[in-house]
Every structure is written in C-alpha cells, then in structure tokens.
Design a protein around this ligand. Structure first.
Ligand SMILES: Nc1nc2c(c(=O)[nH]1)N[C@H]1C(S)=C(S)[C@@H](COP(=O)(O)OP(=O)(O)OC[C@H]3O[C@@H](n4cnc5c(=O)[nH]c(N)nc54)[C@H](O)[C@@H]3O)O[C@H]1N2
Ligand SMILES: Nc1nc2c(c(=O)[nH]1)N[C@H]1C(S)=C(S)[C@@H](COP(=O)(O)OP(=O)(O)OC[C@H]3O[C@@H](n4cnc5c(=O)[nH]c(N)nc54)[C@H](O)[C@@H]3O)O[C@H]1N2
Ligand code: SF4
Ligand SMILES: [Mo]
Length: 850
C-alpha cells in the first residue's frame, strides 16, 4: 500500500491527466490506483477476499468482497466471472450499505396485532427460530389434514440458481400447485413470444460482440435490461473496441440514456413496436432483402414480394422457416411503411431506410424487452420483433441470436418423487387433470401458456376463485409494492397468514404474521446460474463473506428445516437431504466431468474462484446449415438422420424407423422444427383456449401470427390524455433499492435528482399545463393520484409522462420510507394476452400542479 499512499488524490488525477468529470461514475473506480486510494489505509489486521455474486438485479455478476477483521469493507467485480470481468455496475459497489443497514430485521418476528392494514402497527415480537418454525409447521400440517394443502402458496421473486428447485420440491411434497413466481410482472412477454414462434420459452442470448447492427425495441441497454453490467461492457466494445463500429438504433417512447447514446432514436408511439417491426418486415420482403439461406426463396429466382399482391404457397420454398407465405398473405401484404408510419409516428421513409440498413448490415439483431412487452399487445409485439431475426438469418448465426445453455450440474441422488405421500400425489394428479387450479390461474384455459399471473392473485383470492388462500410465503418479492395497483393486495391479503423472508421491513413484511429474516447475500451460500445472455453456461457461487450480522438464516436452509419439522415422508426427504449446503456440494460434482475454462472442477475450486463457465457456445448456423462444436470447431453438421431397426416381435420381423432431427431437438423446438411465422403452438391450443384468446383480440383472425394487435390503454376512454411509462434507472435495484444511500444520492443521474423519483414532461406540454421545472404535481389516473416533482425534459415527447420506479415506500427502513411516490399506486392492472405480462406502460394519466 505504501506506493499508493504517497500519492494524494489530486496530484494523482493531475498526473494521470484525468479531469474531475471523467472520474465521476463507476468505471473510474476500476482503475487500480484510484481503487487503492478509495480504500485508504485500513488494511491493518486480518484481510481476505471472498468470492460472491451480486443480487441487486438478475444479472448475477461475480464479485470479490474485501473482508478486514471480519467486516466487509469493499465489493469489486470478480475478474474470474465472465459477466463482471473485474467490473460492476454502480449498484454492485453499493451492496455493503444493505449489509450493514441498521433497519434490517434482526431476528425472527411474530405479529401480535391480528389486524392488518397500511396504518396498523403489527406489534412484532422477537421469537426464536424454533418457536417460529414449529408454529408454522403445525399450521401447515393442520391445513394438510383438513384437505386444504392447496390453499398454501409460495410466492417468490428473485430466485437464483437452485432456489426455484427448493420451492418446487417443497410445494410438490406438501401438496400444493402454488409454486408461484413473479415473472409476469417482470418480462414474460418476450419469453412467451419466442416460445410461440421458435419453441424456446426463455429470453434470448445475443452475440453482441460480433453484431454490426442493433434494432432495439425498448430494451434499456445502458440502464437496465440484463445482464446490465455486461451490456455496458459490450456496448463499449461494440462502439470503440473493434475496427467496425456497430450501429445502435434505439426505439423508445422516451429519450432515454440509451437513446441519447445510440446512433438513432426512433420515438415510437407507446405499444406500437409490433407495427414498426411489421413495416420493416414488409420492406425486407418487398426489397428482396431476406436471408435466402435461412428463409428460402421463390422458385423463380429474383422474384420478390409485391405490396398488395398475395403469393401462391407453392411458389415459395422455405428452408428453416415455415408459414412465411401465410404470414405475408394475411398480415404483411398491406402492412406498408406508410401504414406503420401512421401507427408508430415514425416517418415511412425512415422506416424504409432503417429496414434496408438492418437487412444489409449483417450480422444484425432485433431485440428489446419491457418497452415493447409491457403492453396488452406485448406478446404479439415481441413475436413481430423476433420474426425479424429469422428474416435476416440471425438465428444462431455469428453476431446473432442464441439460446442459453444450461449448467451441467450433477443431479441429486435423492429423488423427491420417491417421497410424495398420498396428499402430495393427489394434489399433483388433480392439478395435472385440471381439477385443481393454481391460485394465479396460470395454466388454466384463460392463461394456458403463462408461467405466472402474479398480478391477479389478490383479485383471485378476494373472489375466492379458484379458492381463498390461507397461507402465503413470500421470498424476494414485495407484492404490496411492486405490482400494479397494489391497493388490491393491501385489501385482499388482510385475511391471509403471511410468512415473509425478507431481511428488510418491506411493505409485505408489515402484513406478515411471521418474518423469518434471510441472510443477506454476503452472508450466505447460494449458487447463481445466469439468465440468457452469453449463450454459454455460467454458474456463480456466493460464499459467505461475513458471519450474519444479526440473527438471520439463509431462507434455503430455513425451508429445509421447516420440511424436517413437517414429519412423515416429507420430513424423511429433508432429513436425508440435510442442508442446502449439501445440495450445493452435490450438484457441483457435475464440474468434475466438465471442468470450467478457469479450471473449476470441484466445490472448493468453485468457492475459491466464484464462477464456473464453459465456452464456446455449441451451435452455429452458417451458409444455410446448422453445425455443432466438435471440440475444435463448428465442424459437425446437424443433419436429420433416419435409423431403421429390424426387430423380432411375436415371431415376426418388425421394421421401425426413428428420425432424429438435432436442430428440432436442440434449437428450433417447434412442432415443425422450423422458425414458425405461423405459430403451431397457438394453433394447437384447445378450442376453448382459442375461443378465450380470440375474444380478447381486436384482430382475432391473426391470432396465430406475429401481428399488430391494437393495444388497450387504461384511462384513454375516460379522457386521460398522457401516456405514462415507468422505466428503471441505472441506480435502481428493482423494488428493493430505495434504502441504499449511495445510490439514492444520485438516483436520477441524468436529471440531477436524488432521494426521490419524479415525472418527466415535455417543455411545451408543461407550459400548456402551467407547470415549471421542480413544481410539485399530482399525477392522476382512473384509479387514483400521487404527488411528485415535475422535471421538464426537452427530449420527452409531448404525449409521454415518464415516472421512474423505486420510490414511494411506506415502509422499508429509515432511508427509503416516505421518499417520492410509487407509480404502481396509479397503474391499472392490465395483462398482455398469452404471456400475462403485466402492463407497466399502458396507463394514461393527467398531470397538474399540486
Ligand atoms: N438498473 C437496473 N437494471 C435492471 C433491473 C433493475 O432493477 N435496475 N432489473 C432487471 C430486470 S428484473 C428486468 S426485467 C430488466 C428490464 O429491462 P428493460 O426492459 O430494459 O427495462 P425497463 O426500464 O422496464 O424498460 C425499458 C424501456 O422501455 C421503454 N418503453 C416504455 N414504453 C415503451 C414502448 O411502448 N415501446 C418502446 N419501444 N419502449 C418503451 C422505457 O422508456 C424504457 O427505456 O432489467 C434488469 N436490469
Ligand atoms: N412501476 C414499475 N413497476 C415494476 C417495474 C417497473 O419497471 N416499473 N418492474 C417490474 C419488474 S421487471 C420486476 S422484476 C418486479 C420486481 O418486483 P418484486 O418481485 O416485488 O421484487 P422487489 O421489488 O425487488 O422486492 C424484493 C423483495 O425482496 C426483499 N429482499 C431483499 N433482500 C432480500 C434477501 O436477501 N432475502 C429475501 N428473502 N428477501 C429479500 C425485499 O425486502 C423486497 O421486499 O417489479 C416490477 N414492477
Ligand atoms: S448488473 Fe446487477 S448483478 Fe451486476 S453488479 Fe449491477 S446490480 Fe449487481
Ligand atoms: Mo424484472
């Protein structure tokens, strides 16, 4: 440290030629000398660096935690983790403040006031872990005996690694179908859209490093999306780190940071992304610009699609796609750039130019996230966007789109199936036979393809349909805050017995009957497999950096402990399993067979390095064919094979032919084994399911195609004039970051605001409304109004009101409580068809001075 300590901060910055402005922000903190200066001279005593993984967003960046005398004093990016590469986003560095937050829940708490409400004091009383868990186990056992096990629900949000499996096993053995997630308030529209047309129910992974043109429909590359930290690094590489600079086109309803930094911003009308994508598809097809290797061609060479002229099916031969001619004849034939311009507000000649650039500047990617998705038509928007990737041949191509490969964990030797007793088996059977529904109604005829319908749970419970809930466990999710119109949950959940696992006094915690505080992420063991992003698999590991500061326990261990207390077959299973830590040891045995690129091949080496990963991505589309990695290159063609077997059966020779289609099995998992412009998944719904879906659509005849479905906006008919969107800031950590002082200080980096959120208004609109910068204003929707501060932003279109998410907590500790306003309080609960994506961008409001 001696060298660094001799340099004072100012003279160093001068010598390095760095201006004050350039050191502002997080990137500068990665430079080793500044880092050393920031750490100061506190290194006396025992020092160690422990590997962990950040969890302030779903990126899962590997970290290194500097621990001095048992206290964590610094978090940095883990250079061994391929997402971090030694770097973090601003939130990652700020994690220490949450660890040492004085308002953390310090021990298990039991409610003494049976009345629940926003203004009710729960009268929490500290209890021991044994008291709490025995009491909860007794309640759960009684419900089981009464035949009501299905009324117990487990609601989880930020599940990482094996956490989802832990909840899955508990619900399965207990006998409830209610293992519920939060993905419908997150980003299910893009996942379900892909499932409908290319067969994979997941986000895409993208080869950004090799991509030359990005059409981004509402994915907030420089502020959110995922994995945020890696996206920031890739953006820099695409723009400055290589000889060919990739072009970035940002399609957003606001002049976001990404839009500011992109080459072009297309200020699309809210919910109109699907129309833009169709206009682009029309230009690609009429211009003869589609990828012939992937899509195929007319039998007559040189022929193109012609506006307003249908095509005979037999005239076109598709290769890796299906349904193109049907899609053209039904949807695209009249969907000219002029039509797209009318809907999107983007001039037709600009749409044409962008389409031509996109199709000719290869490799190109069309992507996006909640911007295009969080609308009633969000699933169809994403189908239309994703279809562009097929048209230009980007599926599995270098610089294109991939799917995330899984981590080769060893499976547990203990099989939960063997420990299902009669109650568990009955619940499982009845659910599979549709006699029993989930509390959110996902998988019912109304939502057959939805993974979750989180935002409807309060209404379903209130109506008693499918039934009333008795017990609700919440893990890493805050339904009383993060869903649209959370008043519904505040009312409905008054009579539900809630067990909350948060380490913070969240809004949901105020309704809890028990709080079982989880260890903070720097205090616990937990694996962390990445979401779709790199394509190749990555598994991080959280190693406890410090001993729990308070009397908290890892929720994963707590649920296993609770399982043991349940007795019977369930108890047996959990006694055999032992602990979550055992589970991690066992799954890590998979690394013995497949060592990571950094040499990780055991639990110990995983814990030391903090990450296992294995490159490269195994599949590649090139020159019209699919190839698989054979150890040295993409040399193995993925060909369909026929295996004919002759067997003797009952004295007769029987011939069986097995067709193996590796592309269909591994990549394009649709019914046709192709990328489907006409979705067999949607056409394959039951008659009843189709009837319900079509009844929701304005264009029911197009239900199986990527198409523009006119969005519904709450408040439009009642005359509310302005569209409200509620995006994430780079300093925002989902609904759980408002207690981080460092981030709050500069929460609105671009607008220069801290410790609050705000609404952004266009200057002309503000003048019309008599509102000045900094004025207190009411934002009112059909369901209520909230007060916040106006920010006049010349980049904001006149029809938009931008209202960032994060604030408006009525609990959550001294730093968060009472700051700003929660846009969800005035957001009407709408869900997109098919995916049940909750529509964060579909409420209309009025704004006036307070
Ligand atoms: N900093 C930060 N990063 C995060 C998270 C976080 O909490 N903080 N959370 C993570 C999670 S859980 C998720 S799901 C992802 C979400 O990542 P994103 O989907 O990228 O995030 P959002 O901010 O919800 O929305 C993206 C953009 O959509 C725009 N938009 C709104 N309406 C429309 C529209 O009609 N059309 C178009 N084209 N754009 C529109 C918004 O202005 C915003 O810029 O982010 C992840 N990354
Ligand atoms: N207006 C608006 N609303 C949105 C969004 C938006 O952009 N705008 N984004 C949506 C999206 S993309 C998402 S993913 C959701 C997120 O919404 P939620 O699923 O509700 O997630 P969070 O709001 O982050 O709440 C997480 C909860 O976890 C608790 N918690 C924190 N640390 C720990 C821990 O270590 N252990 C445990 N067990 N609990 C912990 C916190 O107390 C908090 O109550 O919000 C959605 N809502
Ligand atoms: S991108 Fe997400 S996981 Fe990575 S450092 Fe930032 S908040 Fe943490
Ligand atoms: Mo999310």
């Amino acid at each position: 440290m001696a060298l660094e300590l001799k340099i004072n901060r100012r003279s160093f910055l001068k010598a390095a030629g760095v201006t004050g402005a350039a050191t502002f922000g997080y990137l500068s903190l990665n430079q080793p000398v500044i880092r050393a200066l920031a750490q100061g001279n506190e290194a006396a005593g025992e020092e160690k660096w422990v590997s962990s993984v950040c969890i302030q967003c779903p990126a899962g960046c590997g970290t290194k935690v500097r621990v001095v005398n048992g206290r964590a004093v610094k978090i940095e990016g883990n250079p061994e983790h391929p997402y971090s590469n030694g770097k973090l986003c601003p939130k990652g560095y700020a994690g220490l403040q949450l660890l040492y937050d004085a308002d953390r829940v310090k021990s298990p708490l039991k409610r003494t006031n049976p009345k629940k409400g926003q203004d009710e004091d729960p009268g929490f009383m500290p209890v021991t872990w044994d008291e709490a868990l025995d009491d909860i186990a007794a309640r759960l056992k009684k419900l089981r005996e009464e035949g009501k096990s299905h009324t117990v629900a487990f609601l989880s949000g930020r599940n990482r690694g094996r956490a989802g499996a832990v909840w899955g096993t508990f619900t399965k053995l207990y006998g409830t179908p209610n293992n519920l997630g939060h993905s419908s308030i997150c980003a299910d529209a893009s996942k379900k859209a892909r499932m409908c047309i290319d067969g994979t129910d997941d986000y895409c992974a993208y080869d950004w490093e090799n991509c030359n043109y990005v059409l981004n429909f509402g994915g907030s590359t420089l502020e959110a999306w995922r994995p945020t930290n890696l996206m920031l690094q890739r953006w820099a590489y695409m723009r400055r780190g290589r000889p060919v600079r990739a072009k970035q086109v940002m399609i957003d309803t606001r002049f976001s940071t990404t839009a500011i930094k992109a080459d072009e911003w297309l200020p699309v009308r809210p919910g109109a992304d699907g129309a833009l994508a169709l206009g682009i598809a029309h230009v690609i097809l009429t211009g003869g610009l589609w990828d012939r290797n992937f899509v195929g061609d007319f039998k007559t060479k040189g022929r193109k699609f012609v506006t307003r002229e249908t095509v005979a099916k037999e005239d076109f031969e598709e290769i890796w796609t299906s349904g193109l001619v049907d899609w053209w004849n039904n949807v695209l034939v009249n969907f000219t750039p002029d039509k797209a311009a009318e809907i999107t507000g983007i001039p037709a000649d600009r749409i044409t130019r962008i389409a031509e650039e996109f199709a000719t500047t290869k490799p190109a990617i069309a992507a996006g996230e909640r911007g295009a998705g969080a609308h009633t038509n969000g699933t169809y928007n994403h189908m239309a966007i994703h279809a562009l990737n097929a048209l230009v041949g980007s599926m599995f191509a270098t610089g294109g789109v991939m799917y995330q490969m899984g981590v080769p964990y060893a499976s547990l030797s203990l099989k939960d199936d063997d420990y299902m007793d009669d109650t568990a088996k009955k619940a499982d059977k009845e659910f599979k036979e549709h006699k029993l529904e989930r509390a959110d109604r996902a998988k019912s005829d109304e939502w057959p393809l939805a993974s979750n319908v989180y935002q409807n749970i309060p209404d379903n419970h209130a109506k008693g349909e499918p039934y009333k809930l008795s017990v609700l466990f919440t893990y890493y999710t805050n339904p009383l805050f993060s869903m649209p119109n959370p008043q519904r949950a505040r009312e409905a959940f008054k009579d539900v017995f809630i067990v909350e696992t948060s380490s913070y006094l969240s809004e949901t915690a105020l309704y809890a009957d028990y709080i079982l505080p989880d260890n903070y992420y720097l205090e616990r063991w937990q694996d962390d497999t990445v979401y779709a992003s790199t394509g190749y698999p990555v598994a991080g590991l959280r190693v406890p950096a410090v001993k729990p500061v308070y009397n908290s326990r890892n929720s994963m261990e707590v649920i296993i402990d609770l399982g043991k207390r349940m007795g019977g077959k369930m108890g047996e299973y959990y006694n055999q399993l032992g602990s979550f830590e055992n589970m991690l040891h066992e799954i890590s045995k998979g690394f013995e067979k497949t060592p990571g690129d950094n040499g990780v091949s055991s639990f110990d080496s995983w814990a030391e390095k903090g990450a296992w990963y294995k490159k490269p991505y195994l599949y590649r589309f090139s020159g019209g064919k699919f190839y698989e990695w054979d150890g040295s290159g993409y040399n193995k063609e993925m060909k369909t094979t026929e295996e004919v077997k002759e067997e003797e059966k009952d004295g007769k020779k029987v011939k069986t032919t097995t067709i193996k289609d590796p592309v269909k099995d591994k990549l394009l998992k649709t019914k046709s084994g192709k990328f489907e412009f006409r979705s067999s998944k949607l056409e394959g719904l039951t008659d009843r399911q189709k009837e319900i879906l079509k009844s929701e659509l304005k264009s029911p005849e197009f239900f199986a195609y990527p198409h523009y479905e006119e969005p519904h906006f709450a408040g439009k008919e009642e005359g509310f004039p302005l569209h409200m969107s509620s995006p994430k800031m780079i300093t925002h950590a989902e609904g759980r970051g408002a207690n981080t002082q460092w981030l709050q200080e500069r929460f609105g980096v671009v607008v220069g605001k801290g410790w609050t959120n705000w609404v952004e208004l266009n200057p002309d609109k503000a003048e019309e409304l008599g509102i000045r910068n900094g004025d207190e204003v009411w934002v009112e929707s059909p369901i209520g109004k909230v007060k916040t501060i106006a920010v006049i932003n010349p980049g904001n279109p006149p029809w938009m009101v931008v209202f960032p998410f994060e604030h408006g907590h009525w609990n959550y500790g001294r730093y968060a409580k009472g700051l700003g306003a929660n846009p969800n309080e005035i957001m009407v609960n709408l869900s997109a068809v098919i995916s049940a994506q909750s529509c964060t961008n579909a409420t209309m409001v009025k704004v006036y001075r307070a």
